[in-house]
Ligand binder design. Structure first.
Ligand SMILES: [Zn+2]
Length: 104
């Protein structure tokens, strides 16, 4: 019987990284993005992300719905500034926060 050399160590120790599109910068679990990307996020969204923050949400993997929406808007805002494609839920969240005109 053979055992993998490093059983799931890679998964367990994979660092939490910036949520901006294509960014692999490791950030502390309580941070949504690295500083370079976070400062591209509109202030109103930054506030919404922090307002929805709950201690321990990264441990139990159950961030609130509000946090999800705020995070989607933040990720979408950065992607838009970098000229990267937006996911549908990011567009929807940005409209909700007034960053984009409502779709007609
Ligand atoms: Zn980043």
């Amino acid at each position: 019987m053979t055992l993998p050399l490093f059983p799931s160590a890679e998964l367990a120790e994979r660092p939490h990284t910036c949520h901006a599109r294509d960014c692999e910068t490791p950030v502390p679990p309580e941070m949504l993005m690295c500083f370079a990307h976070w400062r591209l996020v509109p202030r109103v969204i930054q506030r919404a992300v922090w307002a929805a923050y709950r201690v321990g949400q990264c441990d139990d993997k159950r961030p609130s719905e509000a946090r999800h929406r705020a995070a989607d808007a933040a990720i979408g805002a950065v992607a838009r500034k970098e000229g990267k494609p937006l996911r549908p839920q990011e567009t929807a969240s940005m409209i909700e926060f007034g960053l984009l005109p409502p779709e007609r």
